[in-house]
Design a protein around this ligand. Structure first.
Ligand code: ATP
Ligand code: MG
Length: 558
């Protein structure tokens, strides 16, 4: 019997390994962890890792820990610890009681380091950072033993304890594992376990003057927490022998295993925290939550629904080989989710005034508009029709080409939910630009259909001049103009047109009055969400995404 298709969705090599381990009775419970370093905000690459680790804990009997890898106090901040927790929750995952910090294990890690010294497996090296780097060798040349490699256990213990006590300046000494300076894998050439760092730590304050390296802290933290499957990205594949070396040499309480998967890369996007930090620090964006940032905070502010991100990472799957995903795939998932969930409203991005000459002065009427075409339960709302309206500047052409079916002199169109109107004249300013249209309406076409059966080729959105509300609308384009931006010189690849501000836009009064942060569709324009920069006098809306994939077409055109 074949499995139903649905059960195959979301299968990948890691889940296969876990299933096999469970089938063999190796574990009663699967324990994974998501281990961010609190040195920046989370981005969409992290969303992939979060969905994988927390997803596994939901699908199999098990749990997923949130563990902060807070071993480098120079770069880490409480702001990041807080934002990371908010972002994981926003994405829809919950670590329950299982919130941990590598810094909680500093005492144990220190004791184990002393044990490595006593076992002749670690030594204090007085060489400078540069000397250590040079003597490490290359891929083709073995490294050279440090002149301090054969210190006695007593001398090593004494020096290490004095490092801990804060007797030496930053960089004066390090503790290294004593493995093999000729190992083919450079990670095994006496890696650094501890460095001297006189820095204030967000959690341990000034208690420590030495801090463990990622390699030394990570696997042992996994072992302390009983992690069964330690899932990380491919760049750590060459670190796995070292991971296993520590687990073998130390009296750790459990035996975790490391597995590697391909990190997410996206076109037009850089996901390195170094780059993202610099974008913020150098003012290329308005902060970590700038809607152009690939951070979860940026995407949340931009109105991207978390369900769209979950769907995206599900669709891209988990593979062993690195690849680059087209950002259009992410946009597709966002559009799909918003199309399903968001209410329809009207907004005019670049207003052009229209006066309906045969509509009585001072008269208005309420027309009914539907809130969601596929969801009757979303109900309807009233919009006010009157003599003075706004339409989109783009929807009018004085001298239209053949296939332009929208408004032009003499041409008739439908105004959504309202009437057929016909353009009878234009008013221009001194520069010859059209600033106002004169139209007539056909009272017999109320609701948008003609009793005589005549057709129009265009339906346009509009707003009443009197009761619509001025708003600022922000349109975002890709932050980088280059499909594969250069991380080492990213400033050169920034898109100078990534933000377009439309300060004279107009929106329905109901949209302006509501403080909802739910994205909505402005018909024919895309999905928009209220931004936190809104003031009582002037609402600000961000475009989450346009309706159609004009971006892919622009790229194709070159
Ligand atoms: P850097 O940008 O300096 O490489 P990082 O993104 O690896 O930093 P961490 O805080 O160490 O920062 O990441 C936490 C976890 O998220 C790690 O397990 C890491 O492998 C995973 N991760 C990071 N970037 C991606 C990505 N692009 N795709 C999938 N997983 C990722
Ligand atoms: Mg990392």
């Amino acid at each position: 019997m074949t499995e139903p298709v649905a059960a195959e969705v979301g299968r990948d090599f890691i889940r296969d390994i876990i299933q096999a381990d469970l089938d063999q009775g190796k574990y009663r419970e699967i324990v994974t962890r998501f281990p961010p370093e609190p040195n920046g905000y989370l981005h969409i690459g992290h969303a992939k890792s979060i969905a994988l680790n927390f997803g596994i804990a939901q699908e199999f009997p098990g749990r997923c820990h949130l563990r902060f890898d807070d071993t480098n106090p120079v770069k880490e901040e409480q702001e990041y610890i807080d934002s990371i927790q908010a972002d994981v929750r926003w994405l829809g995952f919950d670590w329950g009681k299982n919130l941990f910090f590598a810094s909680d294990y500093f005492d144990r890690l220190y004791d184990w380091a002393e044990q490595l010294i006593r076992d002749g497996l670690a030594y204090v090296d007085d060489q400078t950072q540069e000397e250590i780097r040079v003597s490490r060798g290359t891929l083709t040349e073995p490294g050279k033993n440090s002149p301090f490699r054969d210190r006695s256990v007593e001398e090593n213990l004494d020096l290490f304890r004095r490092m801990k006590a804060g007797e030496f300046p930053n960089g004066a000494r390090v503790l290294r594992a004593k493995i093999d300076m000729a190992a083919g894998n450079i990670n095994l050439r006496d890696p650094v376990l501890y460095r001297i760092l006189h820095a204030h730590h967000p959690r341990t304050g000034t208690k420590w003057h030495i801090y463990p390296s990622y390699d030394y802290a990570h696997g042992q933290s996994d072992a302390i927490e009983g992690i069964t499957h330690s899932i990380c990205t491919l760049e750590f594949e060459d670190h796995r022998p070292l991971y296993d070396w520590f687990i073998e040499k130390l009296p750790v309480p459990s035996q975790p295993h490391q597995y590697e998967f391909a990190r997410l890369n996206l076109t037009y996007t850089l996901l390195s925290k170094r780059v993202l930090t610099q974008l913020v620090r150098d003012g290329h964006v308005a902060g970590w939550d700038d809607p152009r940032m690939p951070t979860m905070a940026g995407m949340r502010r931009r109105g991207v629904p978390p369900a769209a991100l979950r769907e995206f990472v599900k669709r891209i799957g988990v593979a062993k080989a690195n690849s680059v995903v087209d950002v259009g795939m992410l946009e597709f998932c966002i559009r799909e989710e918003l199309n399903r969930t968001s209410q329809r409203r009207m907004g005019v991005l670049r207003p052009l005034k229209v006066v309906i000459e045969n509509y009585p002065e001072g008269q208005t009427e309420e027309l009914e508009a539907i809130n969601h075409p596929d969801d009757p339960s979303a109900g309807t709302r009233k919009i006010t029709f009157g003599r003075e309206l706004y339409i989109e500047q783009d929807d009018f052409m004085e001298n239209p080409p053949k296939k332009f079916f929208r408004l032009s002199p003499g041409n008739e169109v439908r105004l959504r939910y309202a009437y057929f109107v016909k353009c009878t004249g234009v008013i221009k300013n001194d520069k010859g630009e059209v600033v106002e249209l004169r139209c007539t309406y056909d009272p017999a076409t109320k609701g948008g259909n003609a009793p005589d059966g005549r057709k129009v080729k265009a339906t346009m959105h509009w707003l009443p001049a009197a009761t619509s509300v001025p708003a600022e609308i922000r349109i975002y384009n890709q932050l980088f103009a280059n499909p594969s931006p250069d991380a080492s010189n990213f400033a050169a690849d920034l898109n100078p047109n990534s933000l377009e501000i439309l300060s004279d836009a107009r929106i329905e009064a109901s949209v302006a009055e509501s403080n909802s942060t739910e994205p909505m569709q402005f018909e024919r324009q895309g999905y928009f969400v209220r931004d936190k920069d809104s003031t009582p006098g002037k609402p600000v809306f961000s475009r989450t995404i346009g309706l159609r994939d004009t971006f892919a077409k622009e790229v194709a055109k070159g």
